[in-house]
Design a protein around this ligand. Structure first.
Ligand SMILES: [Zn+2]
Length: 135
């Protein structure tokens, strides 16, 4: 199993991680202004409503921006070099940071269609990452 740092869960994000463990990407959707939000919160950052409901997403999006990481001081990531770190814009609107995996470095580009894929990084903990979307 990997030695890399594990996200801390909190009561507000627990549901997110439960669904991720099953290979599903769920986000909160504001019942007042209809926007999807990420990361999990208690109130909507757009309209400050607390009427947020967990909603399944398509798991699809595109690369908003990215960088290729060739060097790191973090031991847990040295065996992954070089790797792609990106901000992915989901179809539903929110942006998430993630690694782009299963993608040759010469194929990565802004606006590349991607889909979520879950990497198990600790027992029972699966991290949403993205890979090029296969049509
Ligand atoms: Zn709202």
């Amino acid at each position: 199993m990997e030695k890399r740092p594990v996200p801390k869960t909190s009561p507000v994000s627990e549901f997110f991680w439960e669904k991720a463990a099953r290979g599903e990407l769920w986000l909160q959707k504001c019942q007042n202004c209809s926007q999807f939000i990420f990361y999990p919160r208690v109130v909507c950052p757009h309209c400050f409503s607390d009427k947020l409901e967990w909603t399944p997403t398509s798991g699809k999006g595109k690369i908003y921006t990215y960088t290729v990481v060739y060097r790191t001081d973090l031991d847990a990531f040295t065996d992954k070099l070089p790797y792609i770190y990106a901000i992915v814009e989901l179809e539903e609107g929110p942006r998430m940071s993630a690694n782009i995996i299963n993608c040759p470095l010469d194929k990565v580009r802004i606006d590349l269609p991607v889909e979520v894929v879950f990497e198990e990084i600790a027992p029972g903990l699966r991290l949403p990452q993205f890979q090029p979307h296969r049509h």
